[in-house]
Design a protein around this ligand. Structure first.
Ligand code: UT7
Length: 337
């Protein structure tokens, strides 16, 4: 089962963290004209977490990372690389280095990776390349977002959907076996406008014929119906391609782990792949759409609940802004011989 470079990848431990403050559908109906009934029936969401002023992308990421490192049973000094998948860093120059410092990954190089809700899947594949080439042995991969900072809290079509959180895993070099069985990544910039958190600025004249543009990022805009259609069409396709690369079929999969954007999308994808609902990992009711955090957050809960066991095969797929989408097929854990 060894891949061409002779070193395999194991996904060794997970952790997650969410803000303490809960915001229920009922409470949201005091903010915008909506109802628990609408939100639940259209999305499956019941509540989400919102980062308080004391909490940050970094603080949530550090908590999740510490749990993942503990679960992976490696010294933090052994981490070679920290990848932070996020669209909402505390600092636009990047938050990964600060997180690496705060978790005590003193020998690690760290960088941010942006692929919106696909960020964790893109990050897993990126981490795997460094491991397979023999460059790094231990990679801490974090998926985290605090979209509550960037939604328009007067736009009911988006503000009810998003929540904050962080999840992390440790990927390790494994000389005996490659547990990252297959992947496929895609992007399509022609559809970029369907989901944006875009910069907007005003011209500031500096000197003759030289103008700067000063401004800020504008709140999230989304054409929900378009993105929904895109997800239901593309996610089963990309999972099928990743399965093909892994030389597997959907029936070989123990768990379907999708970006938690909408329960209806998860149900539709499972149906397309002919997977029973018992195999679908979902915690969307509790956390809403946490963007890059949603996959590792759901994975960590399923691992800690004892649902996902060492050796289980997981098909994970992220999809969202960019547009970006992708799938990875992997075996969970490291001690299965
Ligand atoms: O993480 C990135 C990936 N994101 C996604 O995958 C999200 C994909 N899209 C979706 O999940 C769904 O499109 C939504 C949940 C966003 C919306 O569900 P929908 O069934 O597509 O609703 P819609 O946008 O077609 O809106 C239906 C109606 C509209 O009213 P009219 O025009 O039919 O009179 C909306 O104005 O529902 C109205 N509406 C609401 N009503 C109550 C929209 N938002 C709300 C709301 N509460 N919060």
């Amino acid at each position: 089962m060894l891949k061409q470079f002779g070193v395999g990848v194991a996904i060794a431990g997970s952790g997650s963290a969410t803000p303490t403050a809960k915001l229920t559908n009922e409470q949201l109906s005091q903010v915008v004209e909506t109802s628990d009934e609408w939100i639940q029936s259209r999305t499956g969401m019941r509540e989400r977490r919102v980062a308080t002023v004391e909490e940050s992308l970094c603080s949530l990421s550090v908590q999740a990372s510490q749990k993942a490192i503990e679960a992976a049973q490696i010294p933090k000094e052994a981490i070679d690389l920290v990848i932070l998948a996020t669209s909402t860093p505390d600092d636009l120059f990047g938050s990964a280095a600060k997180i690496a410092h705060q978790v005590g990954a003193t020998h690690a190089v760290a960088f941010d990776l942006t692929a919106a809700c696909s960020g964790f899947v893109f990050g897993m594949v990126t981490a795997a390349q460094y491991i397979r080439t023999g460059v790094y042995q231990n990679v801490l991969l974090i998926g985290a977002d605090v979209l509550s900072r960037w939604v328009d809290w007067s736009d009911r079509s988006t503000c009810v959907l998003f929540g904050d959180g962080a999840g992390a895993v440790v990927l390790r070099a494994d000389e005996t076996r490659d547990r990252l069985l297959g992947f496929e990544l895609c992007s399509d910039g022609t559809q970029n406008h369907t989901l944006t958190l875009a910069f907007q600025g005003e011209t500031k004249p500096l000197v003759d014929e030289v103008n700067a543009k000063l401004g800020n990022y504008q709140p999230i805009t989304m054409n929900g119906r378009e993105v929904y259609r895109f997800a239901v069409a593309k996610v089963p396709e990309v999972i099928s391609k990743a399965l093909f690369r892994a030389n597997l079929t959907a029936s070989d999969i123990d768990w379907l782990l999708l970006h938690q954007a909408n329960q209806r999308i998860m149900d539709a994808v499972a149906q397309r792949l002919k997977l029973p609902s018992e195999k679908v990992i979902s915690n969307i009711a509790k956390y809403g759409n946490t963007s890059a955090a949603s996959i590792p957050l759901a994975l960590d809960e399923a691992v800690r609940d004892g649902k996902v066991k060492v050796g289980d095969r997981i098909a994970a797929s992220g999809f969202g802004a960019g547009l970006t989408w992708g799938a990875v097929i992997f075996e969970w854990g490291i001690n299965n011989g």
